[in-house]
Design a binder for this molecule. Sequence first.
Ligand code: FE2
Ligand code: FE2
Length: 168
Amino acid sequence: MSNKQAAEDGDELRALQQLVTLRFAGDVQSIHGIAHWRRVEQNGLEIARHSGADLLVVRLFAWLHDSRRLNDNEDHGHGARAAAWLTELHGEYFVLDAGRLATLCYACEWHTDRTSTEDATVGACWDADRLDLPRVGTLPDEAYLNTAHGKLLSRHIRHRMTQGHRSR
Ligand SMILES: [Fe+2]
Ligand SMILES: [Fe+2]
């Protein structure tokens, strides 16, 4: 199995997923908990299949970017804390070369404070997170998305949400 295939289908992240879930300071059933991480993972993999983004980095972002949240409010700095923690986990729970590790750290650290990126992998990560805004009743906005497929998905989501409102 190729690395790409393993990143998409394999169970190699199971230990990391269990650790992140156990160590989460908040409620794992909350809006920033495990269901969100799973949806970000699915969104990110779908975008990556269309853009060539790094599948393993996208999956790791999904499980780590909100892992150091202390609450469900703004919690400024949770991205930087995630970046710091993941460098400690690197080597034991997952292995990336220096460039991919730097990409993952950047994506986690800046996922709330920066909007746009030219990097396909960072773009897939950030778009995947922002496409899950409907969980809190917010429509995703193309102006804050980076990838062509992320923008397409946002149009589908907006269409579904606005049609749903009309039919109520
Ligand atoms: Fe976040
Ligand atoms: Fe998030």
